[in-house]
Design a protein around this ligand. Sequence first.
Ligand code: KG4
Ligand code: ZN
Length: 347
Amino acid sequence: MNLLAIETSCDETAASVLKDDFMVLSNVVLSQDEIHAPYGGVVPELASRQHLKSIDFIVRESLAVAGIPLEEIDIYAVTQGPGLIGSLLVGLSFAKGLAYYFRKPLIGIDHVQAHIQSAFLEHQEISFPVLALIVSGGHTSIFFLKKKLRFDLVGRTRDDAAGEALDKIAKFLELGYPGGPIIQKLAENGNMDRFDFALPKMTDRSLDFSFSGLKTAALRIIRENKISRDHPQLRDFLASFESSIVRALLENMARAAGRLHPKSLILCGGVARNKRLRARFAAWAASAGLKFYIPSPKLCTDNAAMVGGLALEKLRSEKKQVPALDLDAYPRSRPSLPQERSVKNRD
Ligand code: KG4
Ligand code: ZN
């Protein structure tokens, strides 16, 4: 059986063909970074227009790389949400059209759950329960998976996502877009102890994140020290800021692990490409004696292979399929999905 997956939730147009044994035959991603770079962030209207221009070519390309003609696709999968509504609708409408024309089933997929599932594409042996940190430009959340496909949200950001905070500071300093990889490069040889960032503390016992405080602290340090893109301490400042974000992420993960006792850990999403985060996550997981999995960089940023992977997993467990034309896009997280029940945070 061959599955074609489509992802257009933000600013990447992506398509992937997978076999039902989870083998990825193609994983084609067209980034719109160059289009949004002059604005320092994604412009929703430009993103959806660009998806419209690219989707046909990207789907054809993914089929060509896989060596599978469209007539041999048995099932379709597409990201339903969360994401930019105009962008989501391009992928969803395209997938609906194909599924309708070829009279094949279409599976709607949650983007955040797909990010977590990306780890299973490379490691089907991951043992449950799993604690997963998804950290990207749009999301920063911790999920607990007691078993396959059971995604329980245990913590999320109350304001900015971690990637968004990196992107915004890069934009403020006119360093370019997306900010995460640019900051990583500049921060590489910087002194991360040069500037002090106090981490925010939640007054309740929740495992939620907040990055707006770190962003405000960063802006204050920039102002007080007159940091600009050619300031001699730019690298130290960026290393300190990047390191504070990594600390905030890992501190909450450590607390969550202490309460929920997972067997394995997953780090995923675009910011999981970050070298400092990967290294510190690995060091912490090893010291806690937990197995950990970080997808290879190509599977961390938005892609359609992760969408296909989750669709195949769902197909194995749920035989019932929704008629293709009933699927609708949703822009915000849907915590009320059947498998997503909030776990009570108890020590
Ligand atoms: O998962 P993704 O492609 O899209 C969303 O679903 O948001 O993540 C994009 C985010 C951006 O904020 C970008 O700056 C960040 O991932 N990012 C990184 C790195 N590569 C991408 N952040 C830190 N270090 C990186 N190497
Ligand atoms: Zn994403």
